[in-house]
Design a protein around this ligand. Structure first.
Ligand code: URA
Length: 229
């Protein structure tokens, strides 16, 4: 890769700023000052800018245990965002693979890889998302069949895709859906006369929220977790 492009991809510098840095003689490649922007950097070489090693960050995949009152967005004027919780280089390159509401907690997947997140969010890919749901009204076992048949949400064309409901106790259930319509879980229960008072995402596909992560904590995904999508 050309040295000026390498500098742009591994720092916040624009192409013209990279060229200026090269011109000033503050860029070295394996200890040798290089001023030529078109110099070809090899993978094995160590590039330094102002004495600091710079390197290109590859695709990144991570999970966060989203706490209450945080927003799944990259920027918000009022509330902290999930991206604010990541003390990480180049946060602007990251995006959220399936957002949660401000009052929903649990598993949020964040990545730089658009194709990977598409496999999670596209309803065509049938990637299940499981939620632990707390409800105001008592749960009726007949709802298992109703949700598996799909239900009509207000202002939507057609039924929801088949969803799997597991009743845990009178006011708690686990619901697995493969879509991500706006407020989908809350609207599904509202459509059958119930009200969600607690919502926590436990898993996305085969990726389960790590029990060791306290609310607000995150970690990188393992290779197996990345490949499972
Ligand atoms: N469904 C909802 O209603 N809210 C969420 O945050 C996620 C799914």
């Amino acid at each position: 890769m050309r040295l000026d492009k390498f500098i742009c991809e591994s720092t916040e510098l624009t192409r013209s700023m990279a060229k200026k840095a090269l011109h000033k003689g503050v860029v070295t490649c394996d200890g040798v000052v290089i001023k030529d922007s078109s110099f070809k950097v090899k993978e094995t070489q160590t590039v330094c800018l102002d004495g600091d090693v710079i390197s290109i960050v590859g695709p990144r995949f991570l999970m966060l245990n989203k706490p209450l009152d945080t927003i799944c967005a990259t920027y918000d004027e009022v509330h902290p965002t999930v991206i604010d919780l990541l003390d990480i280089e180049k946060p602007d390159d990251l995006h959220i693979a399936g957002r949660l509401d401000i009052d929903t907690t649990g598993l949020v997947l964040i990545t730089t890889d658009g194709q990977w997140s598409h496999k999670i969010t596209s309803p065509k890919k049938d990637c299940g998302k499981s939620y632990l749901v707390k409800l105001v009204e008592e749960l009726d076992t007949g709802l298992i069949e109703t949700f598996s048949q799909g239900i009509q949400l207000k202002s939507e064309d057609g039924l929801t895709k088949p969803a799997v409901l597991e009743i845990i106790d009178a006011h708690t259930a686990r619901l697995t859906i493969t879509e991500g319509k706006y407020h989908q879980v809350k609207r599904m229960f509202a459509a059958v006369g119930n009200k969600v008072v607690g919502l926590h995402r436990e898993s996305v596909g085969e990726i389960c929220l790590d029990d060791d992560l306290e609310p607000g904590e995150w970690r990188y995904l393992t290779d197996e977790e990345i490949a499972s999508v």
